[in-house]
Design a protein around this ligand. Structure first.
Ligand SMILES: Nc1nc2c(c(=O)[nH]1)N[C@H]1C(S)=C(S)[C@@H](COP(=O)(O)OP(=O)(O)OC[C@H]3O[C@@H](n4cnc5c(=O)[nH]c(N)nc54)[C@H](O)[C@@H]3O)O[C@H]1N2
Ligand SMILES: Nc1nc2c(c(=O)[nH]1)N[C@H]1C(S)=C(S)[C@@H](COP(=O)(O)OP(=O)(O)OC[C@H]3O[C@@H](n4cnc5c(=O)[nH]c(N)nc54)[C@H](O)[C@@H]3O)O[C@H]1N2
Ligand code: SF4
Ligand SMILES: [Mo]
Length: 709
């Protein structure tokens, strides 16, 4: 290699897998991005999206300076002028209509950005509004609630010990496309293959025969949103038939004795027709799950964002507990990350506040985003009049996007912190673009807590940002300072210190005082030590840590059957089977990332991915041919989309990926050429999980009809 070619190592921040990248660059230009073979966690693996970091960095459509909207036109504005205008408008609205008139929506990439995680709250605190929404309530909210109830902390979420399991039971997850979620696991393919190679088994329950199902030992179609019934029958066998709740050597639990009553009515025979899974299969799977030397049951988006999402995640946890799979090697285990955010975050609180219009309960200081549009559109005291949208695209990612689109257009004022003019940020009065991911340093403060192995890695910035570029955290701190200038001298000094040092100082102290650091003593893990290890440091496999690590004072798991009783009773009404029902589910593809990587030509090229997949039997009923255009309608709207006939999907199910539906008024030119339609123009904001307020994005009733041939 010529000497002026340099190599930079960093962790990819695009998804949860935390792959190590090796980036060669010369004179400020990226030459190549490949997997870092020496990375202690990912061992050289990357997915096709890694190259998007270059495309994103170089994308001429990526905003590099704040923009102010004048009608339909966008004009550059200086940072100082932008902060001044925002400060004045927001203060004015809050003075006249109260703090709650200003809301914030936080999108998914916040969690992949440690500055946002560590300093974002300064902005929400400065706003002082109870109207805080995020992508959590179209995603993993049920996991937080289950962990809050059972273990005493919303962030204490166990993950599959995939590298040591003999039996991986996957319900409603497609890690081969998603690269794992609530399970940070680079190189999923080889880790899955290793399970079967060592004589283990992978079982997948999914209405689609997915890329993950292809690798599994066994795949079963399950009717969308019937998983709670399947899991109730599974628990029925474990508890009512095999009495596993009476075992003496279970982890200490409260509430075991109430379990038989909960599951009494759900024998495998009762639920077979409604789920599509024969009773003998359920009993066999139970026996196998109990008998395997090690085993783990895991469920993700397919079960999290359905009507009984919270119940499903609860029942999955119960199966793991009853079969002694929780906190066991090869089972469901807790990570021990170098940065442990648990002591510094709320343990989770339920029902402390409710949305104004529909009275949906909040959790952990946030409200369900399914209610955001109506909170903007419904007049009255407490109506939302202004919004900060931060690293999110809720018009494409939350239910009934069309309604939210209208709501955003009606706001008195909106600010977007985003690097693109998106379907959402196009409604903003001002867009504040942050630095590109390659211009900032990186440490995963969230996903090491959900990783299948304990490792730590710090990535410095690859490129220096120029003076006119601001990191997200700088934008937050400057906004906070404008909105709530510190009064006391000590607070002013802290504000100034934070602005000068950013999140790195906090990271350094979290590492030093974290589980692998030694505080003020020498030795132990520190930022300085990590800076010398560009491929990361291996901290070993997941280890048992219960009951010590439980956050409940009594060091017991609280099973809380009382909390789930009503949802379980409700399931009894689902025991009827309607053969004519057509249910919508989602679909992820390894080259998409929610709504925002469609502007990379290298990723979007190829066959149209925004299609409606349906089974040939379903197609025949509606007289639909492969490639035909069809209309899909739901209670809230309709879309016109290309049909893709595939027998890899269950009859009676239709699958449309989310994140498409790019608007002509957006600024991503390549994405617009592959606009597609938004699945969330069909999902219903009124349809939420009663236990959590989480959105129902899978199992949405729709009808279809062919458009002219
Ligand atoms: N129907 C259906 N809907 C779904 C899902 C589904 O499976 N089906 N999945 C849901 C899930 S799991 C999620 S997480 C949500 C995602 O929902 P959102 O988070 O609302 O949407 P994203 O598409 O991730 O949009 C991210 C935005 O952040 C911007 N961005 C990227 N990086 C940064 C950064 O570092 N700083 C800033 N300031 N901006 C940045 C991008 O330009 C983009 O506009 O979608 C949900 N919606
Ligand atoms: N390439 C890519 N990777 C991503 C993302 C992306 O958009 N693209 N998004 C990231 C984000 S934000 C997240 S949260 C994760 C999500 O990660 P995953 O949950 O692994 O991803 P999904 O592909 O949504 O998997 C859900 C699976 O559930 C199935 N399913 C749908 N409905 C049901 C049902 O009712 N019952 C059952 N049993 N299964 C059902 C679907 O067919 C699908 O295979 O992926 C992350 N990684
Ligand atoms: S799997 Fe995720 S972390 Fe790894 S390269 Fe792809 S997008 Fe990046
Ligand atoms: Mo997500």
């Amino acid at each position: 290699m010529p000497s002026d070619i340099k190599t930079h190592y960093r962790t990819c921040n695009l998804c949860e897998a935390m792959c190590g990248l090796e980036i060669s660059h010369q004179g400020g230009k990226i030459l190549q991005i490949k997997g870092d073979k020496q990375d202690v966690f990912s061992r050289g693996h990357i997915c096709p999206k890694a190259i998007a970091l270059q495309d994103l960095h170089e994308d001429p459509d990526r905003l590099r300076t704040p923009l102010k909207r004048q009608g339909n036109e966008w004009l550059p504005i200086s940072w100082d002028a932008a902060f001044r205008e925002i400060g004045a408008k927001i203060k004015d609205i809050q003075r006249q209509q109260g703090n709650d008139a200003v809301a914030a929506y936080l999108g998914n990439p916040n969690v992949h950005n440690y500055g946002n995680m560590l300093l974002g709250k300064k902005l929400w605190q400065a706003l002082g509004s109870r109207n805080l929404f995020s992508a959590t309530s179209v995603d993993q909210l049920p996991h937080h609630i289950v962990s809050h109830l059972l273990f005493g902390h919303q962030l204490q979420i166990p993950v599959p010990d995939i590298d040591h399991t003999d039996y991986f039971f996957i319900i409603g997850a497609n890690p081969m496309a998603s690269n794992g979620s609530i399970m940070s696991v680079p190189d999923i393919k080889n880790r899955l293959k290793a399970i079967t190679a060592r004589g283990g088994k992978i079982v997948v329950l999914d209405p689609r025969r997915t890329e993950t199902a292809e690798l599994a030992t066994e795949h079963h179609f399950i009717k969308p949103a019937s998983d709670a019934l399947f899991l109730l029958a599974f628990c029925h066998v474990l508890v009512n038939e095999k009495q596993l709740h009476t075992q003496k050597d279970l982890l200490p639990c409260h509430g075991l004795h109430d379990l038989p009553e909960l599951f009494a009515d759900f024998s495998p025979e009762m639920i077979a027709a409604s789920t599509g899974i024969p009773a003998n299969n359920i009993r066999r799977l139970c026996n196998e799950f109990i008998a395997a030397p090690s085993a783990v049951m895991y469920g993700r988006m397919g079960v999290s964002v359905q009507k009984a999402g919270t119940l499903c995640q609860y029942l999955i946890m119960l199966c793991n507990i009853l079969c002694k799979r929780l906190d066991q090697t090869g089972g469901l285990m807790f990570a021990n990350p170098a940065v442990n955010l648990l002591p510094h975050s709320g343990r989770g609180s339920m029902g402390k506040h409710f949305t104004r219009v529909r009275k949906l309960a909040g959790f952990g200081g946030e409200l369900p985003v399914s209610a955001l549009a109506e909170e903007i559109l419904t007049p009255g005291t407490g109506q939302i009049k202004a919004l900060f949208s931060v690293a999110g695209n809720p018009v494409l990612s939350t239910p009934n996007g069309q309604q939210l689109d209208k709501a955003l257009a009606s706001l008195d004022y909106m600010v977007a912190i985003d690097m693109y003019i998106t379907e959402t940020s196009r409604h903003a009065h001002i867009i504040l673009p942050p630095s590109s991911p390659l211009e900032r340093d990186h440490y995963d403060v969230v996903f090491h807590n959900l990783a299948v192995r304990n490792t730590a890695k710090y990535s410095p910035a690859l490129f220096n940002k120029d003076k006119n570029t601001q990191h997200d955290w700088q934008i937050f701190l400057r906004l906070a300072k404008t909105l709530r200038p510190a009064k006391k001298i000590s607070a002013r000094i802290t504000q100034q210190l934070m602005l000068r040092n950013g999140p790195r100082l906090l990271l350094a102290s979290l590492l030093r005082f974290g589980p692998h650091g030694r505080g003020f003593k020498a030795g132990g893990l520190s930022l300085r030590k990590l800076q010398k290890e560009p491929h990361g440091i291996d901290l070993g496999p997941l280890k048992p840590c219960l009951p010590k690590a439980l956050h409940h004072k009594d060091k017991h798991i609280h099973l809380r059957p009382d909390f789930f009783q009503s949802a379980i009773s409700e399931c009894k009404t689902w025991l009827t089977h309607n053969p004519d029902e057509l249910l919508l589910i989602g679909r992820r593809h390894v080259r998409n990332n929610n709504s925002w990587l469609h502007n990379s030509q290298r990723l979007i090229k190829g066959k149209n991915r925004c299609t409606a997949q349906l089974h040939s039997q379903t197609a025949a009923i509606f007289n639909i041919h492969n490639g035909a255009h069809i209309k899909v309608s739901s209670r809230v709207g309709n879309v016109q989309i290309e049909a893709q006939i595939s027998d890899d999907i269950m009859p009676g199910v239709i699958s449309i990926p989310h994140g498409f539906g790019h608007h002509a008024g957006s600024g991503w030119q390549i994405a617009r050429e592959h606009a597609g339609v938004s699945a969330n123009d069909l999902t219903d904001e009124q349809n939420t999980d009663p236990l959590s307020g989480n959105a129902v994005l899978n199992g949405v009733p729709v009808t279809i009809s062919p458009l002219s041939a």
